[in-house]
Design a protein around this ligand. Structure first.
Ligand code: HOZ
Length: 433
């Protein structure tokens, strides 16, 4: 595969941007090789600057649930851009997107739009602290909630990919109120509530972990978190930036029938433009300024372009056909991967919920950070390169999730499974040799 133009652009980019990228995982550090520079996206495909074409399962790390350059989204954006890109004043589009979100997730009675998932989470936790009058927050090892200081401790995603348990530049005092529990382990949460009685404002969780690979919750985990937070007058914050509109039309909270107090969203609700939102019970949200005293603001928040892309995207997700499609192609992909791995004698763990999936090279079930990080990362890197060489673009880290779109058809799925069969066979030969 010729990637000469990407190679040359990467050299240039490294002189201008740290590591040559605008976000760390994109640099391919965990899988070797170098990032591809992308010219354009077309439906389920990415086309790089050298003209190579890939079936894309990253989809801009989740937002592009309708695929790249989806015609209705593009048309809506063109019309909106012609009317102005940002007003710094309310527009009817904010109401339209907020209504749509509330239709899908009724628990979000009120919301505030921001510009990223990171911003949504840091604002949600400020609100949770203000509402409860407490400072401490429980997060889970391997869960990732963006790069706000207080949450940059034992985080997943790029932090895990690069093997950085913490980040320099984060003051010890800032994370002193961040308590760590283990995903899928209620005892570890209960212990923290016992040790810090009356001091814990909230438990924040990725209801389906997506940033240490994809790991669904065990049956008792989310109900247990709801019960514990309620019993201790703490808030339950669901970070659905990744799972929102992915695992179920109503998010993980609907799939598992749990009512969080605050939900954070991002990715899909911006249809590929930068956006985030946090929302929840009216009584809590009315503490946000100017309705209440909790300050949070943003120049581009609620801008008409992001709102337009979000509206055009969510409207298309109202069709049951979209969700039937995810079930059909998603189960075909999973079964194909499982069969191919079994045939090659390569142990894998695969999971899927809606249009989100994950795969680990492990013979053991994966349920938390310890088991996720115990999976074979060298095998993952080799698999990634094999898939890329055959035109399949996966996230360049085993600590990320894969995503499907409404335009990934059986054709792309079957090509992917055939490529995976070759890759598994190659891995099996390598370990035999
Ligand atoms: N938070 C995203 C991954 N889980 C961002 C990755 C990127 O854009 O590089």
């Amino acid at each position: 595969m010729n990637i000469a133009k990407s190679v040359s652009l990467f050299q240039q980019a490294k002189t201008l941007m740290p590591g040559g990228v605008s976000s760390p995982v994109r640099a391919f550090r965990a899988v070797g090789g170098q990032p591809l520079f992308i010219d354009r996206g077309e439906g389920p495909y990415l086309i790089d600057v050298d003209g190579n074409r890939y079936i894309d399962y990253v989809l801009s790390w989740g937002p592009l649930i309708l695929g790249h350059a989806q015609p209705q989204v593009v048309r809506a954006l063109q019309e909106a851009a012609a009317k102005g890109s940002s007003f710094g004043a309310p527009s009817p589009l904010e109401i339209e997107l907020a209504e749509l979100i509330r239709t899908f997730i009724p628990r979000i009675e009120m919301m505030r739009f921001v510009n990223s998932g990171t911003e949504a989470v840091m604002s949600a936790l400020r609100l949770a602290r203000a509402y409860t009058g407490r400072d401490k927050v429980i997060k889970f090892v391997g869960n990732y909630h963006g790069h706000a200081d207080m949450l940059l401790v034992k985080a997943g995603s790029g932090v895990a990919t690069l093997g950085l348990p913490d980040s320099p530049g984060v003051p010890a005092a800032t994370v002193s109120n961040t308590l760590l529990a283990h995903y899928n382990d209620l005892d570890s949460v209960e212990q923290l509530f016992d040790e810090h009685k009356g001091q814990i404002a909230a438990v924040i969780v990725e209801p389906v972990a997506g940033n240490m690979g994809m790991i669904p919750p065990l049956p008792a985990f989310l109900p247990g978190l709801r019960q514990l937070t309620s019993a201790h007058d703490a808030l339950l914050v669901f970070d659905e930036v990744m799972t929102g509109f992915r695992v179920h039309p109503g998010g993980a909270q609907t799939l598992y029938a749990i009512q969080p107090d605050i939900t954070t969203l991002g990715k899909v609700i911006g249809g590929g433009l930068p956006v985030g939102a946090y929302g929840g019970r009216r009584e809590i949200m009315e503490m946000v300024a100017p309705a209440g005293p909790v300050y949070q603001a943003g120049t581009l928040s609620g801008n008409p372009l992001a709102m337009t892309a979000g509206i055009a995207t969510l409207k298309q997700l109202q069709s049951p056909a979209a969700w039937e499609h995810f079930e059909r192609v998603g189960s075909r992909l999973l079964a194909g991967l499982q069969d191919a791995a079994r045939a090659a004698g390569v142990p894998i763990q695969v999971q899927r919920l809606g249009s989100m999936f994950g795969m680990f090279f492990s013979a053991e079930a994966v349920s938390d950070w310890d088991t996720a990080s115990g999976a074979d990362s060298r095998r993952f890197a080799a698999y990634f390169q094999q898939m890329l060489a055959q035109g399949v673009y996966l996230a360049p880290s085993q600590f990320e999730s894969g995503f499907l779109s409404t335009v990934h058809t059986e054709v792309e799925i079957d090509q992917t499974v055939a490529a995976a069969a070759n890759a598994f066979a190659h891995l099996a030969t390598e370990s035999a040799g």
